[in-house]
Design a protein around this ligand. Structure first.
Ligand code: IPE
Ligand code: IPE
Ligand code: MG
Length: 243
């Protein structure tokens, strides 16, 4: 039987601050530790043949955090790209930045662009780094581009439907999110990929992001399979304990 796999997994990576606090460490140590979980998720999805993985790394709201933390997160995105590009190439990963470019320093953007260009020909996992990303903002940006296309006479208002609107999103070829994971227990979407997650299975786990690894990803896929099988049958398995 063909394995039941999500085509697109989205992860709201949360709990780095709490992970650090529990250990009496500064918050940035939690972010630093979270890098290993990022790489583990990428390796896992590449190994399983998942088509796309979107990682929520920095929201449009996260600029409100203390300046030192913002600076750390911005620089960390560049360091991850710089350090891990070779591995992304080996894994066949195609990397893209999803989000607004404004407010991100030029030097950092240059790394996002370089990594995207270097991996553009890869045919494996589509890895999206949602940085300076807001779900409402993506829909607004798409709407503004639609309005502009209509104004230029390239698009008729009568011809706009869900499929044509999709063409104006940050990554038009990206499928819907099938499985949305949020770590650290919060039951929120926090403005992540609002359009793409419309029909997603949502899985919230109490595990903090720096502790979320291969085993937890296996469990997540198993839970996804179970839900999909339940959808197709009358049988309803008992709720699983996620803790
Ligand atoms: C998630 O961890 C990382 C980012 C949002 C960049 P947090 O920093 O939000 O960790 P908590 O929620 O304070 O534990
Ligand atoms: C969500 O985490 C955003 C990212 C993972 C980048 P936050 O910790 O910023 O979100 P809230 O504050 O819980 O909504
Ligand atoms: Mg948080």
């Amino acid at each position: 039987m063909k394995d039941i796999l999500p085509a697109h997994i989205g992860i709201i990576m949360d709990g780095n601050g709490r992970w650090a606090k529990m250990r009496g460490l500064p918050r940035i140590e939690g972010h630093r530790q979270g890098e290993e979980s990022i790489m583990e998720a990428v390796r896992f999805c590449a190994a399983k043949g998942i088509r796309a993985l979107s990682l929520f790394a920095f929201s449009t709201e996260n600029w409100e955090r203390p300046p030192e933390e913002v600076r750390f997160l911005v620089n960390m995105s560049r360091d991850v790209l710089r350090k891990r590009l070779e591995e992304f190439m080996e894994l066949g990963v195609r990397l893209r930045h999803l989000g607004r470019r404004d407010r991100i320093p030029e030097k950092i953007l240059a790394w996002f662009d370089l990594a995207a260009a270097a991996t553009a020909g890869n045919r494996g996992l589509n890895l999206n780094i949602n940085f300076n990303y807001g779900g409402r903002r993506e829909i607004l940006d798409a709407s503004l581009r639609v309005a502009e296309a209509v104004r230029r006479g390239e698009l008729s208002p009568d011809g706009i439907d869900e499929n044509s609107l999709r063409e104006f999103f940050y990554a038009p070829d990206l499928p819907d999110i099938d499985l949305l994971i949020r770590t650290a227990g919060e039951m929120r979407i926090s403005n992540f990929m609002l359009w793409h997650r419309a029909k997603a299975e949502i899985l919230v786990t109490p595990v903090l992001w720096p502790d979320f690894g291969w085993k937890e990803l296996e469990d997540a896929l198993e839970e996804y399979r179970r839900r999909k099988l339940d959808e197709k049958s009358d049988y309803h398995a008992p709720e699983r304990d996620w803790s």
